[in-house]
Design a protein around this ligand. Structure first.
Ligand code: NAD
Length: 373
C-alpha cells in the first residue's frame, strides 16, 4: 500500500494534505508514504521532517508511481497522475460541481476520485469533515482580517486620554465559520450581534454572549433542513430580512458574512445602498466571495472600497493559516482512511453510507448520484 502526498499547484494554495504526524500514523498502519518534494514548504514543514517521520521524497512522477492512494488539498491535474495503480484513490477537495470536466478526466484515467467536501454531516464522520475544520479557521481569520483593515480598536479602552468605544461586529450566517467569528470577535472585546435563517442558531448565538438579530414576522427554517443546511428563502422572507439588515447595519462597524446554500450561489445579503449607510472606515469581510458573494461589490481576491467602507474578499481563507489548516486537514484525511482500514488486506475499504457520498468516479465512470441530478 503506497500513499502519495502531492505538492499543491493551484495559485495561492499553501496547504498540504499530510503532516509528519499523519505520515507516521499511516506508516504505523503498514503503508509506505512518498511525499512530493517541497510539499510542506508553504505550511512550514521541511522535507527533512517528512523524512524523519519515515516518508520518502520524490518528484511528482516518482511519488505517484505505483501509488494506491493519492492525497492532495485541491484536485491535481489528471494528466499528472499517470503511473498510479489502476483504480488508485484520490482524496482531495475536488469541487465536483465547479470542475466537472476534471472529474470526467479522473474517470477516464481510471482514478477513483473521493471528494472530501461531500463527507456526510453525521456524527461518526465529524472527525473527517474538512468543511468544518477549514471553515472554523476561516471564521477566526475573517475577524483578524477585519481587525487589520479597521482603523480603530476592537475592545473598549478607558485611557487617561479618554475612552475608546468597543467595535460593533455583526456576523451574518452562523454555521461553523460564523460561530468561530462570533467567538473570536468577542475575545477581542467587540460588541457582537449575529443572524441566520436557521432558528436553531439563536441559542448558539446567545451562548457565545452575542445578540441574536432575527426576522420574527416571517417563518424561517424552523429546525434544520437536510444535513443541517439552509435552503433558499421565500421572497417574503428575503424582503423582511433586507429591512431588518438595513436598520441594523447602519450602526455596525464590522460585518462578517458567511452565508452559504449548498449547491447554489451564495445568497445576497448586503446591497450597495446598505453599504452606503455605514460609517466611513467600516469593514465588511465576505467569506462567501468565491461562491458568488453575500455582499454587492465584493471582488474575489481583493480589498475594495465603496462609500468609504472596505470590502474584504480574500480567496481561500483557510490557506492564510496554512500550518493549522494543513494539520487539521491532514488529520481529517487520516481519520477518514484509518476508520476504514482493513487489517487483513492492509488497505481501506469504504462502507456505503460514506463511500457512496464521497466517491465521484469508479471503474472509468462518474458514479456520484449528486453529479447525475
Ligand atoms: P454553511 O457553510 O452551508 O452556511 C453558513 C451559514 O449560513 C449556515 O448557518 C446557514 O444557515 C446560513 N445561511 C444561509 N442562507 C442564509 C441567509 N439568507 N441569511 C443568513 N444566513 C444564511 O453552513 P455550515 O457551517 O457548513 O453548517 C451547516 C450546518 O451543519 C450547521 O447546522 C452545523 O452545525 C452543521 N454541521 C454538522 C456537522 C456534523 O454533524 N458532522 C459538522 C459540521 C456542521
Amino acid at each position: 500500500m503506497k500513499i502519495a502526498v502531492l505538492k499543491e499547484t493551484a495559485p495561492g494554495e499553501k496547504r498540504v494534505a499530510a503532516t509528519p504526524e499523519t505520515v507516521k500514523k499511516f506508516i504505523a498502519l503498514g503503508a509506505e508514504v512518498a511525499v512530493e518534494r517541497g510539499a510542506g514548504e508553504t505550511s512550514s514543514i521541511a522535507d527533512a521532517d517528512y523524512q524523519t517521520a519515515g516518508a520518502t521524497l520524490a518528484d511528482r512522477t516518482g511519488a505517484v508511481a505505483g501509488a494506491d492512494i493519492i492525497l492532495a488539498v485541491q484536485g491535481p491535474d489528471p494528466a499528472s497522475l499517470t503511473g498510479a495503480r489502476p483504480g488508485a484513490w484520490l482524496a482531495a477537495i475536488l469541487d465536483p460541481f465547479g470542475q466537472r470536466a476534471r472529474v470526467d478526466a479522473y474517470a477516464a484515467a481510471g482514478i477513483e476520485a473521493l471528494a472530501m467536501e461531500l463527507m456526510p454531516r453525521i456524527t461518526r464522520a465529524q472527525s473527517m469533515d474538512v468543511l468544518s475544520s477549514q471553515s472554523n479557521l476561516s471564521g477566526y481569520k475573517a475577524v483578524l482580517d477585519a481587525a487589520a483593515e479597521y482603523g480603530r480598536a476592537f475592545p473598549m479602552m478607558m485611557t487617561a486620554a479618554g475612552t475608546v468605544s468597543a467595535a460593533r461586529v455583526f456576523v451574518m450566517g452562523v454555521g461553523v465559520a460564523g460561530l468561530q467569528a462570533i467567538a473570536t470577535a468577542r475575545r477581542l472585546g467587540a460588541q457582537v450581534s449575529a443572524t441566520d435563517v436557521r432558528s436553531a442558531t439563536k441559542e448558539q448565538i446567545l451562548s457565545l454572549g452575542a445578540k441574536p438579530v432575527f426576522v420574527e414576522a416571517v417563518a424561517g427554517i424552523e429546525g434544520e433542513g437536510a444535513g443541517g443546511y439552509a435552503g433558499e428563502m421565500s421572497d417574503e422572507y428575503k424582503k423582511a430580512q433586507a429591512e431588518l439588515v438595513s436598520s441594523h447595519i447602519a450602526r455596525q462597524d464590522v460585518v462578517i458574512t458567511t452565508a452559504l446554500i449548498p449547491g447554489r450561489p451564495a445568497p445576497r445579503l448586503i446591497s450597495d445602498a446598505q453599504i452606503a449607510t455605514m460609517r466611513p472606515g467600516s469593514v465588511i469581510v465576505d467569506l462567501a466571495v468565491e461562491q458568488g458573494g453575500n455582499v454587492e461589490g465584493a471582488v474575489p481576491g481583493e480589498v475594495v472600497e465603496r462609500h468609504g467602507v472596505k470590502i474584504v474578499g480574500h480567496r481561500n481563507v483557510p490557506s492564510r493559516l496554512a500550518a493549522d489548516a494543513s494539520a487539521l486537514y491532514a488529520r481529517n484525511l487520516y481519520n477518514f482512511l484509518s476508520a476504514f482500514w482493513d487489517k487483513e488486506t492492509g488497505r481501506p475499504v469504504l462502507d456505503a453510507e460514506i463511500g457512496d457520498a464521497v466517491r465521484l468516479t469508479s471503474d472509468g465512470k462518474v458514479v456520484n448520484a449528486r453529479l447525475s441530478e
